[in-house]
Design a protein around this ligand. Structure first.
Ligand code: ADP
Ligand code: ZN
Length: 650
């Protein structure tokens, strides 16, 4: 089998858009001889996949990664959220003798991860600071007695001499380093404790290591390979496309109303995450939704730790709860049925945006990534950078991140293709058919003259009056609209007074936003006053033309979609109306079981599995067992009850 980093996903199981473009030079010792028993191992892995997890086939690179690690090799895995990273270490841990150690920074989620594994009959435990001393000791005993398949821990605990010593006395199947991008100092999730994980290479030279992340940039890949000492690893880089997520970015008019519209017309009763920039807007937005009868909870770093933990827990456990949060929320949230991620403010970078939106639809069912974005976002984010702390270099970085984000917002071509290109992956399609610009291609218009008028207004105001203004006053000058300020400063005497009456105020704001995004205009200082930007020259000299998009009316296109289907839930989108009722019955059954067992509903069965059951309409335990997501343990536990619920609907 070929080895050496990184190489494209292969074989018939690879998803259609799978590509690999990373180029880390292979080290000299990376040629490995073909291994005996690969075929047998693959069979054993498939057997576990179907009997324990209840799935029929591996996705993408899963089979190859499992083979690599199960046979003792190291692996670096870059796979998008929802791609199925967990199986890549869980199955090898079951195949190899001993316990798989999983390093994760997410202490708050370990209990749920372990519960999900126990629910399918895997012997799992965690060691972290939430355990009482005697509980931790019991887990250590289980480890030493070889009674665990998987053991989760935080990095700070793992690198303690005492823990390393414990692990040396146990039989270790593999070391999995989850969220491996946390070792990157330049990334947004840097955790100093991750740096300590480099000791594992020397401490356990014979134990296979696998590092996994959903962060796609080449810089992060390089850095984690180096810092985690993964010199011998085989690299698996998947396509970062998430075909089931519909990407939509719409102009901000009244953002909360737009959000409400999205929820009530497309995602009624479904789980979602709403991201806001400030703690205050998190609080007010959550309250605003609650006042309108939508179940929503706030989450931000300013809340008491216990409140935060409680809200996260409720989000994971409830069906159809919305969490309104700052970016503090979400890493490692592996709730598979988050149906939408909404941004009410512009994210600071595409990396952040893609991670956040990636939390939607891990189960592969249709989901929405939606953002409302407006002129104010551009002005305030630029100001935020200019006035923020940090070196010039830092600010330059922040500006280029923001520019890339703005370019995504303002693109008139496929958003998915642009996202993938940003991560160095060329899409195999020109139009994905599942983003707003593909679904309703925006109309464009030649805005060169409008841009020139606006620039002239800025120049005249500055030269002839020594004045710089924000958008409101500048637009008033273009429209020839009198106000206190313009009377005082005799703006009506300027040659640019009223030269822009062919556009409405709203159209000017749209135009201005797009000119700001392209650096033809720039906002400066405390008040975001407008000045000609670095790209203004060629426009003023008519050396280039400016093509701008006509803003769509918010959400109209999508509303008609749902009106036809009558579907208010995207999870059940693929089902016929009659089947949707069955889906609802199963969902209710699931809720009651989850309550009784005190586990999140998705741990009973995911939405994807419920949809599978509705479609298969099994009439026996055997046929139910063939549905994807129904493994042996769950079949034994819930089989009869599911069949009973189904027969009640016929
Ligand atoms: P990641 O950690 O990459 O975000 P997960 O490991 O949580 O993704 O997997 C996402 C979802 O896909 C989970 O619900 C998981 O059970 C499911 N899944 C993973 N692999 C497969 C597969 N081969 N077939 C069907 N479902 C799968
Ligand atoms: Zn598209």
């Amino acid at each position: 089998m070929p080895t050496g980093p990184p190489r494209p996903a292969r074989g018939p199981s690879a998803r259609p858009h799978t590509v690999a473009t990373m180029t880390i030079p292979p080290a000299a010792d990376q040629i490995s001889a073909p291994r005996d028993g690969d075929a047998r191992q693959t069979d054993a892995a498939s057997e576990i996949l179907s009997s324990v997890f209840g799935y029929d086939s591996f996705r993408g690179d899963q089979a190859a990664i499992i083979e690599q690690v199960a046979s003792g090799g190291d692996a670096v895995v870059l796979m998008p959220t929802g791609g199925g990273k967990s199986l890549c270490y869980q199955i090898p841990a079951l195949l190899r003798p001993g316990t798989g150690i999983v390093v994760s920074p997410l202490i708050a989620l370990m209990a749920d991860q372990v519960a999900a594994l126990e629910a399918i009959g895997i012997r799992a435990a965690y060691l972290n600071s939430t355990l009482e001393r005697h509980e931790a000791q019991a887990v250590e005993q289980q480890l030493l007695a070889g009674e665990l398949d998987l053991l989760y821990m935080a990095p700070e605990r793992l690198v303690l001499p005492r823990t390393l010593d414990l692990l040396r006395r146990a039989e270790i199947a593999l070391l999995a380093i989850d969220e491996a991008h946390c070792v990157s100092q330049w990334g947004h999730d840097f955790r100093p404790d991750y740096l300590g994980l480099s000791v594992l290479a020397e401490a356990f030279p014979d134990v296979p290591r696998i590092a996994l992340t959903a962060t796609a940039t080449e810089a992060t890949h390089r850095e984690l390979t180096e810092r985690l000492r993964m010199e011998r690893a085989e690299h698996f880089v998947s396509s970062f496309d998430r075909p089931n997520i519909q990407y939509r970015i719409e102009p901000k008019a009244s953002p909360r109303e737009q959000l409400l519209q999205l929820i009530t017309t497309e995602h009624e009763g479904e789980s979602g995450i709403v991201y806001c920039l400030s703690r205050k807007s998190v609080e007010t937005t959550a309250q605003w939704l609650v006042d309108r009868g939508i179940a929503a909870l706030p989450y931000h770093a300013g809340l008491d730790a216990a409140v935060r933990a409680d809200h996260q827990e409720r989000f994971l456990r409830a069906d159809g709860l919305i969490i309104v949060a700052t970016i503090a929320f979400g890493m490692g949230i592996d709730k598979p049925d988050v149906r939408f991620v909404a941004h009410l403010d512009l994210p600071k970078s595409i990396e952040g945006y893609y991670q956040e939106t990636g939390r939607a639809g891990r189960d592969g069912l249709p989901s929405t990534a939606w953002m409302a974005y407006g002129l104010g976002d551009v002005v305030s984010q630029r100001r935020f950078i200019d006035q923020g702390e940090g070196s010039e270099q830092f600010k330059r970085n922040a500006r280029s991140h923001l520019d890339a984000m703005l370019a995504l917002c303002e693109t008139v071509s496929c958003r998915r293709a642009q996202l993938l290109r940003y991560f160095g992956q060329e899409a195999e399609f020109a139009s994905c058919g599942n983003c707003d610009t593909c679904l309703t291609p925006p109309r464009t218009w030649d805005a060169t003259v409008a841009a020139q008028k606006l620039l002239s207004a800025l120049i005249r105001l500055d030269r002839e009056r020594g004045q710089k203004f924000g958008s409101g006053q500048v637009i008033d000058v273009l429209l020839g609209r009198e106000n206190e300020r313009s009377r005082q400063s005799r703006h009506e005497d300027l040659s640019v007074w009223g030269i822009g009456q062919e556009l409405s105020e709203k159209e000017w704001r749209t135009t201005l936003r797009q000119l700001l995004a392209r650096s033809i205009v720039e906002a400066q200082g405390d008040y975001g006053v407008l000045v000609p930007g670095p790209q203004a020259g060629p426009v003023l000299r008519s050396e280039t033309t400016v093509e701008l998009a006509v803003d769509r009316a918010p959400a109209k296109t999508q509303r008609t979609r749902t009106a036809h289907g009558g579907a208010r839930s995207r999870a059940a989108e693929s089902l016929e109306p009659a089947q949707r009722e069955v889906f609802e019955v199963l969902r209710q059954w699931r809720t009651s079981v989850a309550k009784e067992k005190q586990i999140p509903p998705y741990m009973v069965f995911s939405d994807a599995t419920l949809v599978g059951i509705v479609q298969a309409r099994p009439d026996s335990v055997e046929t139910l067992g063939q549905v994807s997501g129904v493994g042996a343990k769950k079949l034994a536990e819930y089989g009869e009850a599911v069949l009973e619920s189904l027969s009640a609907t016929s």
